[in-house]
Write a protein that binds this ligand. Structure first.
Ligand code: SF4
Ligand SMILES: [Zn+2]
Length: 335
């Protein structure tokens, strides 16, 4: 277990110079076709049912612990082909029928406990009309309008007046989740997300000006970065997101499983991040005191290499998510 607790503590010698001198021109981005060609099959989904839903506690922007429902909507696959993305696995090839999305939301809300906020996560972009038909916005607004906060995910290039019209359908507030992924310009260009840090910044400025708070996703160790450099860039990405006006960041360890990352792993351009890196970046993010910082714990077991301390370390991260305070590191006699 490393003894450092924030980025400034990391010995400079820990950052391999070979990665800081990468010849980016020599690394061609994968194309849409190359990314699609190596995908495993999709899962079977039902256009009339969300593919999952759950409720969990979350620290709100005013410091309270509130229950937040997350509904994972089934809809048409996102048109982008980000090299790290596996969200297409639970999507349809065709647009779902009109009325299907409101039905899915009603189905989940019927079974979920009463919650303060709701996340409508659609494995893509809420304001993509082929994913969530515009004609359904009114019915969706009626179903979720009384939640304190409605959080939807979107691509920065789809932040436009339609977001404002949907905001105005809600009695509570609309919050937008935008994936920055990384502020590293060369890596971001190779993620095939078709945006730059500047695109992201402009979208955040537009939304914040329109009273729509924004949360962001930051990837821990996207492809093309070694462990130490990735750790450093995750922290720089958090700082960049807060500088843009983001009020909440979630750090997501990049996970294999979509085919493309397995291919990149074979040529040493991707590796699963270490749990210690997640802990260090989370600590650095909380110590910034710029806004809420969460870590995504849904897939944490993939990062744990020591069975003795895995559960305790996960509990610590969960408590840090809820308290937004850095807690003492877990000491393990084995790793
Ligand atoms: S924009 Fe989002 S949902 Fe679409 S491919 Fe990229 S990461 Fe996946
Ligand atoms: Zn251990």
């Amino acid at each position: 277990m490393p003894s450092w607790r924030c980025m400034s503590d990391i010995p400079r010698g820990d950052i391999p110079t070979v990665m800081t001198k990468t010849n980016w021109g020599a690394i061609a981005p994968l194309t849409d076709a190359q990314i699609e060609a190596v995908r495993p099959p999709k899962n079977d989904v039902d256009s009339w049912k969300p593919y999952a839903f759950l409720s969990e506690p979350e620290r709100s922007s005013d410091g309270a612990i509130v229950d937040v429902a997350t509904i994972f909507l089934t809809n048409r696959e996102c048109p982008f082909r980000c090299v790290f993305c596996d969200l297409w696995k639970n999507t349809t090839d065709q647009r779902v029928p009109l009325g299907a999305i409101p039905k899915q939301i009603a189905f989940a809300l019927d079974q979920l406990p009463r919650c303060h906020s709701v996340k409508l996560y659609n494995s893509g972009n809420f304001f993509d009309r082929q994913a969530i038909p515009l004609e359904d916005h009114r019915a969706i607004g009626q179903l979720v309008g009384d939640f304190d906060t409605v959080i939807v995910e979107n691509h920065p290039s789809l932040c436009n007046d339609e977001c404002l019209r949907f905001r105005d359908r809600l009695n509570g507030r609309l919050e937008m989740a935008l994936g920055l992924e990384t502020a590293h310009p060369q890596v971001l260009a190779r993620l095939n997300k078709r945006m730059s840090p500047e695109t992201f910044q402009r979208a955040v400025e537009f939304l914040v000006q329109e009273q729509i708070p924004v949360r962001s996703f930051i990837l821990l160790r996207p492809p093309y970065l070694g462990e130490s450099v990735a750790r450093e860039w995750a922290v720089r990405s958090l700082r960049f997101a807060f500088d843009c006006g983001i009020e909440c960041c979630t750090i997501i360890p990049t996970r294999k499983g979509n085919g493309a990352l397995e291919q990149l792993a074979q040529i040493d351009q991707f590796s699963t991040p270490q749990l210690a890196s997640l802990e260090a970046v989370f600590t650095a993010g909380l110590e910034m005191e710029r806004g809420r910082v969460f870590v995504d714990l849904w897939d944490l077991d993939r990062l744990s290499t020591c069975r003795l301390c895995a559960a305790e370390r996960k509990q610590r991260l969960l408590r840090m998510n809820l308290s937004q305070r850095v807690l003492p590191a877990v000491r393990c006699g084995v790793c």
